[in-house]
Design a protein around this ligand. Structure first.
Ligand SMILES: Cc1cc2nc3c(=O)[nH]c(=O)nc-3n(C[C@H](O)[C@H](O)[C@H](O)COP(=O)(O)OP(=O)(O)OC[C@H]3O[C@@H](n4cnc5c(N)ncnc54)[C@H](O)[C@@H]3O)c2cc1C
Length: 412
């Protein structure tokens, strides 16, 4: 492929979803990835319902195919542990039935991204090159000159930058610097032999006081392995001078709920960290002849740290706008700005709500109280389950009246 219609930089969920959608529209693209596949990515490895929805948009058969993948584990709910270490289990469905596929999965990124990359490799419209690090990207006379590994040059009228968090290329092209309050840092390690794992593979979120407003997660994996990590906002890490690696090993040794569960656990990998650019504020997502997708566009959910689903959705939407631009031969910033509008039309109400929900985890006493009230009431547990599906219902959590009702209404 000499001159592709679109060059995509980065083969994570955002870049792969963009390429696969362009292929469906028969638009030839070049997908450049700096790592050699299969490549690992520091992550919690949780694939939410939104990720499954995005996968279904790419191909309706892929969620079922992924479910049968040997390296995935189905997950049916979430356990919240409050700062006072009380906990509640909330299923993602009111009733688990055979007609429901699992609402979410846990799958190591080295496996999930490689599985999705295989779909791209099989497409004739996608020229997928790994071991291809984009070292410079210049827009000259209405054409992008993309330099790979310091020498090879590719040209295209349009680029999609999907090179993830902490990407020098994304920052240079879009001239954007993430604020520390809109950035989270996460560390994770793999373990084996963590005891008392949930029988339905519920993911666990531990809101421990020393990490507020962040949390520690325990996500079960196939073969008795577990992904354990901590995510917390960068400005708080700096302010409290927290060393996340030390904090993780301290908590699994000393926290009253965790220490007995980890006493026979074996750590399988070093603690590794990476940034999470949160979608806490709106930002510019496109410009003259370029679009940003996924983490490069700061689309991670501010309260959960979930980013794979939004990365995939943004890649799919980016492909649609690339297709329109290619057909109209119009790569102007004003034409591509429609992409920004569509992204925020789809994602902003949820991102905004999620930013507000950070409030709850910052206030330990309120959090403890809410968990206690929910634990006491089956009806409230049902309402919280419904909130996973229904954003209007979830909005109640950001209203003070919801907490007043918790105090006075007979939910039980
Ligand atoms: C500790 C941690 C835990 C997380 N847990 C979860 C979770 O459980 N669930 C969830 O949904 N989200 C989670 N996230 C967020 C999730 O990992 C990201 O939102 C997601 O990976 C974004 O996908 P992406 O395609 O935008 O970027 P990435 O997956 O980062 O992919 C970007 C790709 O671009 C490549 N690249 C970078 N620079 C270049 C270059 N110059 N040239 C060519 N290629 C380049 C990289 O090698 C990489 O393959 C977590 C993040 C962290 C850090």
């Amino acid at each position: 492929m000499q001159n592709p219609a679109v060059i995509i930089i980065g083969a994570g969920p955002a870049g792969l979803s963009c390429a696969l959608t362009l292929a469906k529209m028969e638009i030839p693209c070049l997908l450049l990835e700096k790592a050699a596949f299969p490549r690992d990515k520091v992550c919690g490895d949780a694939l939410s319902g939104k990720t499954m929805h995005a996968l279904r948009l790419l191909n309706k058969n892929w969620p079922a195919e992924l479910e049968n993948h040997a390296r995935t584990l189905d997950s049916w709910g979430v356990s919240f542990y409050a700062p006072d270490r009380n906990n509640i289990r909330i299923p993602f469905y009111l009733e688990k039935s055979k007609k429901h596929a699992a609402p979410g999965f846990i799958c190591k990124r080295i496996d999930f991204d490689a599985w999705l990359a295989q779909k791209a490799v099989a497409e004739k419209w996608i020229d997928f090159k790994d071991n291809a690090s984009v070292t410079a990207c210049r827009y000259i006379n209405h054409v992008w000159q993309v330099e790979v590994n310091g020498h090879v040059q590719y040209q295209s009228p349009l680029v999609v930058i999907a090179s993830g968090a902490q990407s020098a290329i994304a920052n240079a092209v879009s001239n954007f610097k993430t604020k520390p309050s809109a950035l989270c840092v996460g560390v994770r390690s793999y373990f084996k032999g963590v005891e008392n794992q949930d029988k339905e593979n519920f993911i666990e979120l531990h809101f421990i006081k020393s990490l507020s407003p962040g949390y520690l997660w325990i996500f079960p994996l196939p073969d008795g392995e577990t992904n354990v990590g901590i995510g917390i906002r960068s400005d708080i890490v700096r302010k409290k001078k927290i060393n996340l690696r030390l904090e993780l090993s301290h908590l699994i040794k000393h926290d009253p709920v965790l220490k007995s569960r980890f006493k026979n656990a074996q750590q399988l990998s070093p603690v590794q960290g990476f940034g999470l650019p949160l979608g806490s504020n709106k930002r510019k997502l496109s410009g003259e002849a370029y679009l940003l997708a996924g983490d490069a566009a700061s689309l991670i959910d501010p309260s959960t740290g979930e980013g794979i689903g939004n990365a995939m959705l943004s890649g799919i939407i980016a492909a649609k706008h690339c297709c329109q631009a290619v057909k109209a031969e119009n790569y102007s910033a004003s034409c591509l700005y429609q992409y920004d509008k569509e992204i925020y039309k789809n994602l902003w109400s949820e991102l905004k709500l999620s930013r507000k929900l950070q409030y709850l985890s910052r206030h330990a006493r309120l959090f403890n109280f809410v968990i206690r009230q929910i634990k006491k009431s089956k009806k409230l547990q049902h309402i919280i389950t419904l909130m996973f599906e229904d954003i209007k219902l979830r909005k109640q959590l950001s209203k003070p009246f919801f907490y007043i009702k918790l105090l006075f209404l007979p939910y039980h």
